[in-house]
Write a protein that binds this ligand. Structure first.
Ligand code: UGA
Length: 432
């Protein structure tokens, strides 16, 4: 099928590239001309495992192209996906101006029936507004359909999640666009939930909020484990094997971050408020998440006594593994808080160093260390802030020799506590 994706961020680019991989003819559009130029010259604006090969292969095969003109998308594609940012406003609600702008521009170029699909995460009832906007601004008075098709891609695993989804959600207001949507996803053979647009939009916010709730739940249980001498990983295994609960997203840590969960939780709370419901459960999820970072910092302060002028080696800056994304990263927040206490940092991340530089203060208080195993040199303690699997391969013997005293604060429970203690480390983790 002929498809267009408007917006080449994490979601738009991965979706466009994977649709091309499925055999569709895809045009990816972005108003950032520098980004379009970069993509046309074979570069990628983000790091996402597996994406580079897919983009290159499909550009080569003539199935994937890039443009900065929405007019091209409307002229060429039967189905146009909107995948533009929906950033938070200061009060936690969602800024829908990019969506509205794109809807107006699509309307201006419509000359024949098109399906306009919203992939961006939006408040319930946005589809209705998009349809109203297209109707209002379209001069040609042609028919069109608006569809909601939320994405469930995890950064770092986005290609995998798109190619092997648990489910595909399609929200429609009439049966007409369903066939085309089925055809797009047919090669994936995944279960498809076809519902009304409002339900589809709610599914997205409800899913992300539930996953965030799971993480806060296990982080609260971690506090109980610490107070009672239990082990949160054992507890997570024990409850997670119950298929009604499931083991995934029950890893205690320093709290969730990223460009989705914090923003989507605030948005969902705000949406609930506008609909007349006080979603206190989700407010508590936010509270627990904030406290989780406080508790971890307290652990560091309790062990080191005075943080001022201590040199700390921080492993991890990205908000999670397999990504270079540092937006709302708990690791960055941790660095900032340690710096505010007067610490000096030596930091390392396999992918996110360049993007972290823009967020952390410039100057000598933060040293960027390219080699993971060199981070501990001259430090008083090590801190693990991101769950990169390669941190498990840290050269512990070298780190031990480099540190004043072998102290490791493991914010992601990557190491075995008993083994670390046997090796002589002062080892503090979460909920164990
Ligand atoms: C999340 C959802 O998982 C995706 O399904 C959704 O499509 C996406 O948001 C979105 O709305 O676009 P993402 O933010 O990329 O994906 O990352 P996650 O893997 O969900 O991790 C989010 C945060 O939770 C990270 O900071 C991670 O370290 C933390 N986390 C995750 C935990 O602390 N414990 C866990 O058990 C799992």
């Amino acid at each position: 099928m002929k498809l267009a994706i408007i917006g080449t961020g994490y979601v738009g680019l991965v979706t466009g590239a994977c649709f091309a991989e499925l055999g569709h003819q895809v045009l990816c559009v972005d108003n950032d001309t520098a980004k379009v130029e970069l993509l046309r010259s074979g570069g990628l604006p983000i790091y996402e495992p597996g994406l580079e090969g897919i983009v290159a292969r499909n550009v080569q095969a003539g199935r994937l192209a890039f443009s900065s003109e929405i007019a091209d998308a409307v002229a060429q594609a039967e189905v146009i996906f909107i995948a533009v940012p929906t950033p938070p406003l200061p009060d936690g609600s969602v800024d829908l101006s990019f969506i509205e702008g794109v809807a107006r521009e699509i309307a201006a170029h419509l000359t024949a029936y098109r399906i306009v699909v919203d992939k961006s995460t939006v408040p319930v009832k946005t589809g209705e507004k998009v349809a109203e906007t297209i109707r209002r601004y379209s001069k040609a008075r042609v028919e069109f359909d608006v569809v909601s098709n939320p994405e469930f891609l995890r950064e770092g695993f986005a290609v995998e999640d798109l190619m092997r989804p648990d489910r595909i959600v399609i929200g429609v207001q009439s049966p007409r666009p369903v066939l085309a949507m089925r055809e797009i996803y047919a090669p994936l053979e995944a279960p498809m939930v076809v519902t009304d647009i409002n339900s589809a939009e709610l599914i997205k916010h409800a899913a992300n909020s539930f996953l965030a709730l799971k993480i806060s739940y296990i982080n609260a249980v971690a506090a109980l484990c610490e107070a009672s001498g239990a082990n949160v990983q054992e507890v997570a295994n024990g409850i997670g094997l119950d298929q009604r609960i499931g083991r995934r997203f029950l890893d205690a840590g320093i709290g969730f971050g990223g460009s989705c969960f914090p923003k989507d939780l605030s948005a969902f709370i705000k949406i609930a408020e506008t609909l007349g419901y006080d979603f206190r459960l989700l407010k508590e999820v936010q509270q627990i998440n904030a406290q989780q970072m406080d508790r971890f910092l307290r652990k560091i302060a309790d062990t080191l006594w005075v943080i001022k002028d201590k040199r700390l080696g921080v492993l991890g800056l990205a908000f999670k593994q397999n990504t270079d994304d540092v937006r709302m990263s708990p690791a960055i927040e941790l660095c900032r808080r340690l710096l505010a206490e007067g610490a000096r940092l030596r930091v390392h991340d396999p992918r996110a160093m360049a993007k972290a530089r823009a967020l952390l203060p410039p100057g000598p208080t933060v040293e960027y260390v390219d080699e993971r195993d060199a981070v501990a040199e001259g430090c008083d303690a090590l801190v693990i802030a991101t769950e990169w699997p390669e941190f498990k391969e840290l050269d512990l013997e070298r780190a031990r020799r480099a540190l004043t005293h072998p102290i490791l604060f493991d914010g992601r429970n990557l190491f075995d506590r008993e083994e670390m203690e046997r090796l002589g480390w002062v080892y503090k983790s979460v909920g164990r």
